[in-house]
Write a protein that binds this ligand. Structure first.
Ligand SMILES: [Zn+2]
Length: 412
């Protein structure tokens, strides 16, 4: 394929992806205006329903504006050969080729992050603020950004450097070595996420003794699942939206509850939510998701190894010479239709797991508290009760509230 055709292909893929997302978004935006299903009756009162409709409309409008902006910017840069220009400029600064690649990855990352900042600020301090979700101060916002940059510089820098070195030494076979390294890294992060990364951004404190703790301990004994590490995270520092998650593997696993979740739910509801999370563990969902993402990464790297030395791809981005970083960048676009399809299957798998975890919670604990907890979580975040089926199929990692409740009600 000559470089001109590749450029058109890249633009075609970006355009298709953009239009697909817009069509699904528009369908979903229409779908939210449907009457509330009977099973969800009473979830919103009149005032809150109006508020939820306004919130979703505003979030949708904003997403159209920001995605259109980045789509057009990307087309413009591709069309004008901006990446080739950047490559040539950095080549003048760097003494050796591997450094050019490293600089290139850095510049593209920071440039796209900086461009996104005004949108971040508007989303957080205007939209989320208006609906009472935002609890973040300007100081937290700035500190988060700075800490994020330092982390990216260190972790991203090491990963990128390793990638470049492996490509230099092993050429097309680099993918096997890099795959092993990145898999080990993914497992490492999963195991130490709560002890290494979270404390940089939040305060984690052990759950104090009391009714909630004994309710959790009682439940965990009935299912023979020791829960000794229960932590509370100060999610209220950033948002009023609540959450809970498990982290780590084997005996080191920790349960993390958001303070905002504890505040708004009864002990029974919280145990119901935890029982659902225990279900994910017992049904081996965590291990399987990990394995699937490792396999997916391997496939992607193998495919990348077929493209990484192509001169035509570098030329398509406006480069004068064959450059690893230009090809990685183009590959990310070429791979996106495949990644959309993989993502669709991953969501399908994830939704199946959610039903299983719900069923586990119903069977080992109770039905009603989990249902009311899920209703509260949706109404507190002003969520969409009637998403469009196509949008849900492509984008939802969890089944819609209505489907989860129906599935739970059907359990004897
Ligand atoms: Zn779940």
């Amino acid at each position: 394929m000559d470089y001109q055709t590749i450029l058109y292909l890249l633009i075609g893929i970006l355009t298709f992806d953009f239009l697909l997302n817009k069509v699904l978004g528009i369908l979903n935006n229409k779908s939210r205006k449907q009457p509330i299903p009977v099973e969800l009756d009473g979830i919103y009162d009149e005032e809150k329903y109006t508020k939820s409709q306004a919130y979703q409309a505003e979030v949708f409008r904003f997403s159209i504006i920001s995605s259109t902006f980045s789509f057009l910017l990307m087309l413009l840069v591709l069309w004008l050969g901006g990446f080739g220009w950047l490559d040539e400029y950095l080549r003048g600064l760097a003494s050796v080729e591997p450094l050019t690649s490293l600089y290139f990855f850095g510049v593209v990352y920071f440039a796209s992050d900086l461009i996104g900042i005004p949108f971040d600020i508007y989303g957080t301090f205007v939209i989320e603020e208006k609906y009472g979700f935002n609890k973040m101060t300007a100081k937290t916002f700035v500190l988060d950004k700075l800490k994020g940059y330092v982390l990216t510089l260190i972790i991203g820098g090491i990963i990128a450097a390793l990638f470049i070195v492996l490509v230099m030494f092993f050429e097309e076979n680099f993918w096997i070595y890099f795959w092993v390294a990145i898999s080990v890294f993914m497992i490492f992060i999963n195991m130490f996420y709560t002890s290494l990364i979270i404390p940089l951004f939040n305060k984690l404190s052990p759950l104090e003794d009391g009714e909630l703790k004994s309710a959790i301990t009682n439940y965990s004994q009935t299912v023979n699942f020791p829960l000794n590490n229960i932590f509370v995270i100060d999610g209220s520092k950033r948002s009023s939206k609540g959450n809970a998650f498990f982290s780590g593997l084997g005996k080191k696993k920790k349960v993390v509850l958001y303070d905002t979740l504890i505040e708004k739910h009864t002990n029974e509801e919280l145990v119901g939510v935890l029982a659902h999370e225990v279900g994910h563990f017992k049904k081996k969902h965590i291990i399987w998701s990990m394995l699937l993402s490792i396999l997916q990464t391997g496939f992607m790297l193998w495919l990348l190894s077929k493209f990484i030395f192509s001169s035509e791809i570098s030329w398509a981005l406006g480069g004068n010479v064959t450059a690893l970083h230009l090809n990685v960048f183009a590959f990310a676009i070429l791979f996106s239709p495949i990644s959309t399809i993989i993502g669709m299957f991953m969501n399908l798998f994830s939704r199946k797991n959610e039903y299983e975890a719900d069923a586990y919670a119903v069977k080992t604990y109770k039905k009603e508290p989990l249902i009311t907890a899920l209703k509260k979580l949706t109404s507190d975040s002003l969520g969409n009760l009637t998403p469009h089926p196509w949008y849900e199929f492509m984008n939802y990692s969890h089944p819609s509230l209505l489907k989860r409740i129906r599935a739970m009600q059907a359990i004897k």
